[in-house]
Design a protein around this ligand. Sequence first.
Ligand code: TXA
Ligand code: MG
Length: 313
Amino acid sequence: MTSPPRSDVEAAVAALRAGRLVILPTETVYGLGAAAGNARAVAAIYAAKGRPRFNPLIAHVQDLAAAERVARLPPVGRTLAERFWPGPLTLVAPARPDGGVCDLARAGLDTVAVRAPAHPVAQALLRAFGAPVVAPSANRSGRPSPTRLADALEETGAAAAVALDGGPCAVGVESTVVAVSDDAPPRLLRPGGVTREALEAVAGSFAPAEANDARRSPGRSTLHYAPDAPVRLNAAAPRQGEAYLAFGPAPPGEAVWSLSPTGDLAEAAANLFAHLRAADRTGPTGIAVAPIPEHGLGEAIGDRLRRAAGWTG
Ligand code: TXA
Ligand code: MG
């Protein structure tokens, strides 16, 4: 990955300062970004995505020092940040009153989600802008997240003043969202690019998610990541008319892709949304997906696939 021409980053900074939206690459998925303190710009994000206003956004910052100006991180939050930032981990913690993330971006909650992305283009933008940038995934609400610039442009490009190209996203599933507090173990709100195993090795066992978490982290509970065609999981083989996503060697056939020919979960995560989109474009009667192991990155892959298949939980 190379950094974009300085002029592109400068154009993006100028757009953010002017209250416009910017498509930016991260290592997980492409985001649709706005200045976190500009409620009008943030409102434009919700409108462009068709996203319900009760679903809060993630504030992207350059590093831990910048995150601490936005959120009051408890010790376990700092420990996780030191180990996994920059990278695909989002921490939810109490918002600082003058933290620079407007009420609308937090959906009125007294907590805020923060993450320091690793992608060099995102880093260059955050460094040059010097303030938090809220950015949900750049898809329209309920659709698969974009992991290529062209997919992001197809989804929400019309709403963006500037789009930065960072190549295909290396991780391919969104960040892991973890709620941290002073007096209780962390809770996993959304599995993602950092595995539960890696997080628990650093922070100790997580608490089970609370009944309230689905309401507080609404990205968990609604139909999400869905292509147009219905998705059928744990399919050993495609049926007549179905496209097929294999895990391991791809069987012969026309509309067949392998998420990873070698059965590698990181490769499968990186290919997941792009292959779902490619399969969907063939206009199949459905998209059948092979069984994927549920350990490591498989937890996030399984979560996204169940939501794409219409599971709401
Ligand atoms: O990898 C990612 O996280 C990407 C890239 C662009 O950084 N962004 C992303 O944003 O996935 P989005 O908006 O699609 O998902 C944000 C998730 C949602 O599930 C939302 O409900 C949750 O974070 N969230 C945000 N603020 C929260 C809060 N204060 N409490 C609980 N959950 C929160
Ligand atoms: Mg999203």
